[in-house]
Design a protein. Structure first.
Length: 258
């Protein structure tokens, strides 16, 4: 479906449940779009919630310029919820999307009942060399991000598919160098601990044991800031949706059941 936020068209992939008791909003990471969630949605089946997977501005099939930072993304997300008629929901975000989900849950705690941070870390610092590549050699940066998003022993095919998706999203953004903008937003985000203190949602962190982008140790500050959060570590790299969709779906079902 498409809706308008601030007069700009936003693409939202929607999967309705036969007997929905709520809404689950899935937020993609840097230089991706709603397609990253397809394996998870297939594994979720009918989870008893309507699933919404938006493309952020300037990503995928959504128009407009990419938003410059996580705070602006979170403000936009709340306006998107209004446009979709969602008053209260579960938020699940991957990588950059996890920071967006956390910040939005802090801005409007009464609207977020459940919060899942997938492949997350804080600080989500990006290596200076990768930031430089993203600014000056974006395709080289995309290749490295695609490779590091999977386990070191991953086969070539899933890495190539991920790279093809990111290249398409990058090329489809007419408003700037998307990979550079998104990585810079992750690197600059400094409000995670303040946001965590305001969150009222039931929380879960789902991490990849073989994650080379946001290794589990990099999520320790968030675990301490969200002491009641359930923590699940899966046999996966950073792309948990592709490498462990059934296990990730199970973790989300457990969160929603709570």
């Amino acid at each position: 479906m498409h809706c308008l936020v601030d007069g700009v068209a936003v693409h939202v992939a929607v999967r309705r449940s036969a007997a929905a008791s709520g809404a689950l909003v899935l937020l993609h990471g840097a230089c991706h779009d709603h397609r990253v969630w397809t394996p998870l949605c297939d594994a979720l089946g009918d989870a008893g919630v309507d699933v919404y997977a938006p493309d952020l501005p300037g990503h995928g099939a959504s128009a407009g310029a990419p938003l410059p930072d996580i705070g602006a993304q979170a403000d936009w997300l709340l306006r998107l919820l209004d446009a979709c008629g969602i008053t209260r929901c579960a938020l699940a975000g991957h990588s950059m999307g996890s920071l967006l989900a956390l910040h939005a849950a802090a801005l409007a705690p009464q609207r977020v009942a459940y919060l899942a941070l997938i492949g997350t870390a804080w600080p989500m610092r990006v290596a200076p060399r990768l930031l430089d590549l993203a600014r000056n050699q974006p395709d080289e940066a995309l290749q490295r991000v695609a490779a590091w998003s999977h386990r070191a022993d991953a086969q070539a095919a899933p890495v190539a598919r991920d790279l093809d998706t990111m290249r398409a999203v990058q090329q489809g953004c007419a408003a700037g160098n998307l990979i550079a903008l998104d990585l810079a937003a992750c690197d600059a985000y400094a409000d995670a601990l303040d946001s965590a203190a305001r969150v009222q949602a039931r929380c879960a962190l789902v991490l990849g044991a073989h994650d080379r982008m946001t290794p589990p140790a990099a999520a320790q500050a968030l675990q301490q800031a969200l002491p009641a959060a359930a923590v699940t570590v899966l046999d996966s790299g950073h792309d948990l949706m592709a490498e462990a969709p059934a296990e990730l779906a199970q973790a989300l079902r457990a969160l929603l059941a709570g």
